[in-house]
Design a protein around this ligand. Sequence first.
Ligand SMILES: Nc1nc2c(ncn2[C@@H]2O[C@H](COP(=O)(O)OP(=O)(O)OP(=O)(O)O)[C@@H](O)[C@H]2O)c(=O)[nH]1
Length: 498
Amino acid sequence: MQGLSVGEGERQQDGTAAAAAAAPSPPRRPLSDYRPEGELAAACASAAAAEGAGGGARPRLHLVVLGHVDAGKSTLMGRMLFELGLVPDKAVHKTQREAAASGKGSFAWAWMLDERPEERARGVTVDVAVTRFETPGRNVTLLDAPGHRDFVPNMIAGAAQADAALLIVDGSPGSFEAGFEAAAPGSPAGGGQTREHAQLARSLGVEQVAVVVTKLDTCGFSRERFDLIRAQLEPFLRTCGFREAAVQWLPAVGPTGDNLVKPAADPRLAAWWRGPTLAQAIDAFSPTHRLVEKPLRLPVSDVVRGGKAGVTVGGKLEGGALRVGSRVAVMPSGQQAAVKALEVDGKAASLARAGDSADVTLAGIDTTAVGPGSVLCHPDFPVPLVAKFEARVVVLDVAVPILRGQQVTIHAHTARESGHISGLVSLLNGKTGEVQRARPRCLLKGQSAVVEVTPARPLCLECYSDYRALGRVALRDGGRTIAVGVVTGCTPREAPGQ
Ligand SMILES: Nc1nc2c(ncn2[C@@H]2O[C@H](COP(=O)(O)OP(=O)(O)OP(=O)(O)O)[C@@H](O)[C@H]2O)c(=O)[nH]1
């Protein structure tokens, strides 16, 4: 599966909604009781040993590419694929001819990733393009997220799976400022995506980022410009929660390939840049820690139904492992299915482990019982279905205060569900986390708080302390993210009949 998209409402509905009403939840045991089964554990151990022995398998990294619209994300990564030898010259010439014929010559490199006609016509990324490549040190699954604010839900789906992010910043005069501006007071959807993307990525669990400043060729490769951008962005990234040591900085030029794989060829950049190339920055990211000791969790990002094969779901294993023949519970429907076939990195496989992106063909399941936002789980340790939850959140650049009763769209892993803020539980000291006031009347920009949220339909969620990847949420309203945070308490749905 090449695309990843949760932007469309109906696609989301058919999986989670229809399924939520369906079957009772399977019984749930404490996560601490879980012990990987013998054969599965042995298969994971031997795969880990093969990886560790350097048998050609590079550590895996899921990398999301973020940034304001038109920052140069797709161009940079399209050219990167070429620099790594993954796109033959012939294909480049063909794409360049097609782009020029459509009057979009400057988007030729971006077209290597933006394959949909709609994307090519508008010159913007809509879906999250999934591409795989290898640098000298990493096996990378690249998630090229859309920059346009209309497609932030797709960006969230990409960032929710990522181990690290490239934050692309347009260095050309005026553009960095436009992408970094705060929302204007009273504007329903103002503000640059650089801020929103960085805040979202961190809140969705991305801890490492490389900031890539593009388009410095438009200002004579000015070192002062690079330094100024860094001086403005660095404190902001700290407030988002990125540790200084986890942030790398580098300039790069997409159309010419300067500083992507080879050091900068342009003497104006080579004169002052001594830091890493993009490939070196990617290799410096710490690889995924594979949580194979946890029970299976595979949040579904994409579904292909139909044919004799049954239903195939795609997503990243956040924990646990799967083999052909394994039984899984599909939440929220609670239906059980057998794994009929598996693909990892687009190739048939007998085993998929935490950290792998897998396509899983399921047998013995009603095809309407699974959709984007569903979670494949170990049958004895299913993810809870929550009727309401509490989350510790930070309020973002909101134009109007958040009040109890406010309608929101809840984003968690690959799920998206409407709901409302059913309680403002407490206002916290942003630095110490101590409760400053119980039941505040409203929440303002920049405040930390505990809120209670009630989804319209039960949602697959975990407390962050139990299972991080399933315990992060973003709350959006009117096309803007208003708060991000982690789940601190879940009220499970009552079992039918109770
Ligand atoms: N001069 C110059 N132009 C660039 C550079 N990188 C990208 N561009 C141009 O900027 C425009 C936008 O590039 P894209 O790669 O489509 O930007 P994007 O960030 O992927 O856009 P969205 O996915 O729609 O958010 C294209 O015309 C590119 O040719 C650069 O380093 N220098």
